[in-house]
Write a protein that binds this ligand. Structure first.
Ligand SMILES: [Zn+2]
Length: 164
């Protein structure tokens, strides 16, 4: 796996699917326009595509970690049918009010750093996209150039940002 040292980091709720609050079932997934096209495009440029999200619904008892994993497997399969490959999902199941602080909940940079180790990434060559300031802050704290996505078509948003 040499040569793949960069990644496109995407937040999940609000960037890949519409943020309806504590989404945990496939029925609740409404895709953001252009998401499969955007991921396919990143794949074609040899970016790893890695999803980084806070899923405090686990700590709050709204759903189980297995529900999160099942949903991510379902999302992967659905996107693959459109030719879009997600290399990995990382999520923080914690919340400071329910079990204490952790180093992985955004705005902490822990999940990006874990992914960087797992995939041997050069963080300055990566790109992160999120819909909340904490997404952008956490990525920048990890040394990743980051951009705020405020809705619309994700593919159109990413084309000028990804480098061949
Ligand atoms: Zn955490």
């Amino acid at each position: 796996m040499t040569g793949l040292h960069r990644a496109l980091f995407l937040d999940r709720d609000g960037v890949i699917n519409v943020d309806k609050g504590y989404v945990c079932l496939p029925e609740a997934i409404e895709w953001i326009p252009g998401v499969a096209e955007a991921i396919h495009y990143a794949n074609s440029l040899n970016y790893r595509v890695i999803v980084i999200s806070n899923q405090s619904g686990v700590a709050r008892g709204y759903f189980m970690e297995n529900d999160v994993k099942s949903l991510h497997e379902w999302m992967s399969r659905e996107l693959q049918r459109s030719g879009a490959l997600i290399d990995a999902f990382y999520y923080c199941p914690h919340h400071p009010d329910f079990g204490g602080p952790c180093d992985c909940r955004k705005p902490e940079p822990g999940l990006y750093l874990r992914a960087a180790r797992d995939f041997n990434l050069r963080l300055s060559e990566c790109l992160a996209v999120g819909d909340k300031p904490r997404d952008v802050d956490s990525a920048r704290r990890a040394g990743i150039p980051a951009h705020l996505f405020s809705g619309g078509d994700l593919h159109k948003f990413l084309v000028p940002l990804l480098r061949p």
